[in-house]
Design a protein around this ligand. Structure first.
Ligand code: KDG
Length: 317
């Protein structure tokens, strides 16, 4: 049984080879991506086991994504194929209108993954898991994905595995801020490990002070809060300690997927028994590596890659 289980949608990402408005882009590069799936692949790179629960279409893209996950060593035993629905895809526009940032255009409504339901949560599969990882994306996809998410979250409370939750608010998937808060706060409150940032926290708590926000999250009973600060690094806090990891200056090609690299690496490090400071340092380094290329998963590092990265970057400090 896997150490870490993810639930959600993996899609084919078509990433613009050249920056600028999509209407002028001629070439797109195909990648496998999706927040929770990125985390399961990241955990594998960290040398641990992981499994992914989803539904895929029986189209070429569904087969590609299944083979991709299998190739990365993610357990695919819980993936179902739906011949009546397509596999979701999305396009990435890079560097416009804000250099160094990307934006997303989804073609995922009615996708096979949006039909995930409570039936897809097999309690047996979770029996020996250490962590269940979910983000704010999966509950936003449909009524049935919301129910499936709730079922897995509720089980975390009564079982040995921990709930890791990344707020990952994607405004395109929601009706408005009220809808987000009502739907996601119950999962946030039950999380053992929370990943978030200022933009999401302003929506969820209406708080713009990072330290106050961390205190609020901890007072909900969350054991570890990881607060991402973009290029400035991140903070990890528990009731007992608060540590900061600095960011690294690199050339940003596409920032999408950095948060998942950070989350997956942090979870892997915590499972390995590393302390908060070391876990966060590795996690920020992993997120940094991902922004230097197109695609969310290709640059996910191993432990050895991270040690090499830190050796060079820390020497330059
Ligand atoms: O975290 C990266 C993801 O946002 C990206 O891969 C696309 O999963 C995705 C989504 O639903 O936005």
């Amino acid at each position: 049984m896997p150490d870490v289980i993810g639930l959600g949608e993996i899609m084919v990402q078509f990433n613009a080879v050249t920056p600028g408005p999509l209407r002028y882009v001629t070439y797109f590069e195909k990648h496998a991506a999706g927040a929770e799936a990125n985390v399961t692949v990241c955990v594998r790179r960290q040398g641990l086991s992981s499994g992914f629960i989803t539904r895929l279409g029986t189209d070429e893209f569904g087969i590609h994504l299944y083979n991709w996950l299998r190739g990365e060593g993610v357990d695919v035993s819980q993936i179902k194929f739906d011949p009546a629905a397509p596999t979701g895809i999305y396009f990435v526009q890079r560097g416009f209108p804000i250099p160094g940032r990307s934006s997303i255009v989804y073609y995922r409504r009615g996708s096979a993954a949006s039909k995930l339901s409570e039936e897809d949560i097999d309690p047996e599969y979770f029996a020996n898991a250490k962590i269940f990882h979910l983000t704010g994306i999966t509950p936003a996809l449909s009524e049935s994905t919301l129910k499936a998410s709730k079922k897995a979250v509720e089980r975390a409370r009564n079982h040995r595995y921990k709930l890791s939750f990344d707020t990952n608010i994607r405004p395109q998937l929601w009706k408005g801020a009220e809808d987000v808060t009502k739907t996601l706060l119950p999962s946030v409150e039950q999380a053992d490990i929370l990943f978030t940032d200022l933009a999401d926290t302003m929506i969820l708590l209406g708080e713009k002070d990072v330290d106050k926000a961390i205190e609020s999250y901890l007072s909900m009973g969350i054991k570890i809060v990881v607060f991402k600060l973009g290029t400035k690094g991140a903070i990890a806090a528990s009731k007992r300690e608060k540590v900061k990891a600095r960011g690294y200056q690199v050339t940003v090609v596409d920032p999408i997927g950095a948060g998942d690299a950070l989350a997956g690496t942090f979870l892997g490090c915590i499972i390995k028994g590393f302390d908060l400071e070391k876990s966060l340092k590795f996690a920020v380094a992993a997120g940094t590596l991902v922004v230097t290329v197109r695609g969310d998963q290709e640059n996910l590092p191993t432990q050895r890659d991270l040690e090499e990265f830190l050796r060079v970057f820390e020497e330059e400090k």
